[in-house]
Design a protein around this ligand. Structure first.
Ligand code: ADP
Length: 179
């Protein structure tokens, strides 16, 4: 399913983000930038050690990455030019700035992709795994933040949300229809 906004599209895909052929793949990282489970582990396994080596350099020069922030590395063996690592909020009930921090992950990642000249980008559903963000709430924030970016910026033509599993896909589909 897809939705057109100005001259760009938001596309929903059910699958594994490491297989996407796009300029930038976004990683739901943790603040240590040292890899982890879930999509983070999958990206490092598929991309090889070059990504982790760059993450370590960033970590050494600027310390931990705060929640809601994003940084780019190259993409190692992946079919992408960049991996953009962003740290989603851990969901603690929704009153600890989680919505604003989750929106910031999408916004900051898109701004980095724009600066790097990316024409397309793939996102996983940030924070909805180990970090426990309810899928319906996360989908609303993800898709409305992406839509707002496309209303204000025209250089990225395609934004893919790559959902792992049918349930996530269905929730995002319903949310995109209602957007
Ligand atoms: P977080 O710590 O931000 O919650 P997780 O990696 O635990 O990050 O989960 C984020 C989302 O990514 C979850 O919805 C999970 O199902 C999904 N996910 C896990 N592996 C992949 C993958 N290979 N491609 C796309 N999405 C994935």
């Amino acid at each position: 399913m897809e939705k057109k906004i100005n001259n760009s599209i938001i596309k929903l895909i059910q699958g594994n983000i490491t297989k996407e052929e796009v300029d930038a793949i976004v990683n739901a990282a943790n603040s240590s930038l040292m890899g982890g489970g879930g999509v983070d582990g999958a990206i490092h396994r598929a991309g090889g050690p070059a990504i982790l080596a760059e993450c370590k350099e960033i970590r050494n020069s600027q310390g931990k990455l705060s929640t809601g922030q994003a940084v780019a590395t190259t993409a190692g063996n992946l079919k992408a030019k960049y991996v953009i690592h962003t740290v989603g909020p851990v969901y603690k009930g929704g009153h600890k700035r989680e919505p604003e921090l989750l929106a910031s992950c999408y916004q900051k990642s898109l701004m980095i992709a724009k600066e790097k000249g990316c024409k397309n980008i793939a996102f996983p559903s940030i924070s909805t795994g180990v970090y426990g963000y309810p899928m319906d709430k996360a989908a609303k924030i993800a898709l409305s933040t992406i839509a707002k970016f496309l209303e204000e910026n025209s250089s990225i033509f395609e934004i893919r949300m790559v959902l792992f599993g049918e349930e996530a896909f269905n929730v995002f589909q319903k949310t995109l229809q209602e957007l």
